[in-house]
Every structure is written in structure tokens, then in C-alpha cells.
Design a protein around this ligand. Structure first.
Ligand code: ATP
Ligand code: MG
Length: 402
């Protein structure tokens, strides 16, 4: 007997009342999108669970993909059988037998949502458990910590049998909470911030500033590779690459050294906000973490944040570096982030940036230089790239790398 479907259980959406349909529709679309290569799959969405009919597709690869989809609490490979006790017993036995090795313990956990079925859950546990117990010599029952747990779920359309519950990614389906622009550097923190924002249902687009020839094409490639990694959680990520060289040179020349970093961040935020507006985003996400580096004090935040009233989401603001690294490792961005290529901010970093810049001074120095034309020019020259989890550099990118 082979599993013919996957049962998907929702997480928090079950508490979303009238929005439930909206959440389920999004989740279904996201799953369909992520499983596009598996053409034979059919998805059935119901108010309390979803079924993926495998129709012969590779369940292992599908399970791997499902683990990355937000809005799924847990899922199980399952088989549906008719509501006849003999069939339930027999197929249940086959499933347990497949997993059985000497010394393993088991338990049957039955649930009867269809109250018209002739046996209640206790009777089912006994009938199915007893049958299997008699068929496999030396099989022991352990109701507290069984090695094998056979779930028997009786519903009106049939009985679902499964033996393993796989933990899902949790969170909310991406797209149900609107869209935000992630300021994506090549560092450790911003990809983690992007991932955590996606987890709460936000569709994320990335903005990356680069300053050729001061930053190498590899630095840009690094940002694209990081975007590709986090796109595993949303299907794809649109990346805006903003040429920042002229602005950085101007800042370097015209702004007193102690304030160049603050002004640079202010302009990056201004440009990100313009991109957000043009593309109907609702918020901006950064990887800022308090106290980590000079630019990340509250005073600095005040001086930078001043350029916009758009909500800024800082998912890692209160995390320790090690906590952030833990997540980076889990989502597989850590290694890429640790590559040594300079990013545009480090290159012009003065030896001693002000750790407690004054807002009024930042505003004053900035007002002494006309950045309008430079910002307009940068906006015009933005390059847009769509990356997906299987993104590999194009021929052109490769040439860049050589
Ligand atoms: P990260 O690890 O994300 O690079 P960081 O600890 O190095 O962060 P900073 O360099 O101060 O911190 O950057 C703070 C935030 O500013 C980053 O998390 C990111 O959101 C944004 N940022 C920095 N550099 C860039 C860049 N080149 N392009 C886009 N956003 C950037
Ligand atoms: Mg950085």
C-alpha cells in the first residue's frame, strides 16, 4: 500500500475568522506555485485542511518544498481508504509493518470527525491496534512515547491513515500581509530580516545598493544569491539593484566625515522609499540590530529614520548576533553572507563615524548638497532582476565575475 496524498494542516489561519477563505486561497496558490514542476498534482482546499493528491509524483521532493511554505502547521503522507473496519485494519497494518523494526513500539490514535461511523475513537484504537498487535510478533504498545504512531482519521468522505507528522514552517501564507521592500546588503542580518518578515505573510522585494567599480560584481552577485536563497520561502523575489557610486562619491567629497555614514543611510532609505512607492509596497524592512555597529544606535536610527514616515520593520533589532547567525544557518544564507566581498557601505566608511549623530546636523549637512538630480539619475538606472530558488547567474553575470 502506497501513500496517495499529503494532508496539510493549517496553523494560525484557523483563528482568522472571516479572513479564512482569503488565507486558504493564498496558501493554495503558493503551494501550487511552489509545486509547479509536479504537473500531476491536484490540490483540494477545505476550511480545516488541504489535500495534495500525488498521482504518482515524487513525494520526497514535494515534502522538501512544502517545509518552506509559510502557513502550514504540519503535514503527513496519507492514504485514503473506504469506511470499512476490515480495510482500515489491513491497510493500517501494512503501514506499521513498513516501519517496524525489532524492538519498536507503536500506538493507534483514532479520531472520528464523522460521528455517523459505527465505531468511536476508543473502539477504533482497540480494534485497529489489536489487529496489528496480533499480526506482528513482538510488537509492543507504548501509548506515551511510541516509535510508530498510526493516525486514523474518520471523515465523511473516507478514512485517512498516516504514520508521520512533519512540522511545517508555521507563519502566515506569503502575500496575505501585503508587500514590503527589504534593504538587502550582502551581510548576515538583512537576509534573516527578510525571511522573518516573509514568515508573517509579507511579500518581500529586495533593494540592493552597489557602487561599481568600488564594489566588485561579486558583491552584487552575493546579494542576488542571498535573494535566491530567501526566495525559497516565497517562490520568487524581485531585486532592484541601485547604482550608488555617484552619490557615494559626492557624500565622500561634500559631507564632513563624521556624518557621511548617516547621510549615506538617509539617502539609501529615501531611494528605497521611492521604489516602495512606485511599486505599491507598504513598509521597509532592514537588518538593523541595536548596538551592533556604529550606525546602529538609537540616535543613529533617529537621524536616519527622519527621511520617511513609512513603517520600518526591523525583525532582528533585539537579537544577539549569535541568534541571528542561528537563523542564517537554518535558512542557508550564512555561508554566502560570510564571503568576503566588500559592500558599498564598508568601502567609504570613515575611520570614526559618529555613533551618536545629531538629527539637526545630519539635516543641515545634507541640505548643503543638492542630491535631487543624483537621486533621480540613480532611480532611472535601476536594474531589476527576478530571482527564484533555482537562480543561477546568467552568462553575463559570469563574465562579470571573471
Ligand atoms: P547586514 O548584516 O544586513 O549587512 P550589518 O550588521 O552589516 O547588516 P549595516 O551595514 O549597518 O549592518 O546595515 C544595516 C542595514 O542597512 C542592513 O541590514 C540593510 O538592511 C541595510 N543595508 C546596508 N547596506 C546595504 C546595501 N548595500 N544595500 C541595501 N541595503 C543595505
Ligand atoms: Mg552590512
Amino acid at each position: 500500500m502506497n501513500y496517495d496524498r499529503i494532508v496539510i494542516r493549517y496553523g494560525e489561519l484557523s483563528t482568522k475568522g472571516r479572513n479564512r477563505k482569503f488565507f486558504i486561497r493564498h496558501l493554495k496558490d503558493n503551494i501550487r506555485n511552489a509545486l509547479k514542476p509536479y504537473r500531476k498534482i491536484q490540490i483540494q482546499g477545505f476550511h480545516d485542511r488541504m489535500y495534495l493528491l500525488l498521482n504518482g509524483e515524487d513525494s520526497e521532493a514535494i515534502i522538501k518544498t512544502l517545509k518552506n511554505i509559510f502557513g502550514i502547521q504540519s503535514f503527513s503522507l496519507a492514504v485514503r481508504v473506504p469506511k470499512e473496519i476490515e480495510t482500515i485494519q489491513h491497510v493500517g497494518f501494512q503501514l506499521v509493518e513498513k516501519l517496524y523494526e525489532e524492538g519498536k513500539t507503536f500506538k493507534v490514535s483514532a479520531r472520528r470527525s464523522d460521528k455517523t461511523f459505527e465505531y468511536d475513537s476508543n473502539e477504533l484504537n482497540r480494534l485497529v491496534g489489536g489487529y496489528i498487535f496480533n499480526k506482528i510478533d513482538e510488537l509492543k504498545v507504548d501509548v506515551k512515547h511510541p516509535d510508530i504512531e498510526l493516525l486514523v482519521d474518520v471523515r465523511s468522505e473516507g478514512v485517512y491513515l498516516s504514520t508521520e507528522t512533519i512540522k511545517g514552517a508555521g507563519g502566515l501564507p506569503v502575500g496575505t500581509s501585503g508587500k514590503a521592500m527589504l534593504m538587502l546588503s550582502g551581510g548576515i542580518d538583512s537576509p534573516v530580516a527578510g525571511y522573518l518578515t516573509m514568515k508573517r505573510g509579507v511579500k518581500v522585494e529586495a533593494v540592493h545598493f552597489h557602487s561599481p567599480p568600488f564594489t566588485s560584481p561579486r558583491a552584487k552577485q552575493k546579494a542576488l544569491d542571498l535573494a535566491a536563497k530567501i526566495s525559497a520561502y516565497s517562490g520568487s523575489v524581485k531585486v532592484y539593484i541601485v547604482p550608488f557610486t555617484k552619490i557615494q562619491e559626492t557624500i565622500h567629497k561634500e559631507i564632513p566625515e563624521g556624518y557621511s555614514m548617516t547621510v549615506q543611510r538617509r539617502i539609501m532609505l529615501k531611494i528605497t522609499d521611492l521604489i516602495r512607492k512606485q511599486n505599491s509596497g507598504l513598509a521597509i524592512v532592514t537588518g538593523e540590530s541595536l548596538g551592533q555597529v556604529a550606525s546602529q544606535t538609537l540616535e543613529s536610527m533617529v537621524a536616519i529614520n527622519d527621511v520617511t514616515s513609512t513603517p520600518i520593520i526591523r525583525p532582528v533589532v533585539s537579537m544577539d548576533k549569535l541568534e541571528i547567525i542561528d537563523i542564517a544557518q537554518k535558512i542557508d544564507t550564512y555561508e554566502i553572507s560570510s564571503l568576503p566581498y566588500e559592500d558599498c557601505c564598508t568601502i567609504f566608511t570613515p575611520p570614526s563615524p559618529k555613533t551618536r549623530p545629531k538629527l539637526t546636523l545630519a539635516q543641515y549637512y545634507e541640505s548643503q548638497v543638492d542630491f535631487t538630480a543624483l537621486i533621480e539619475e540613480a532611480m532611472k538606472e535601476i536594474e531589476t532582476v527576478y530571482v527564484t530558488p533555482d537562480y543561477t547567474p546568467t552568462q553575463e553575470d559570469f563574465c562579470d565575475l571573471l
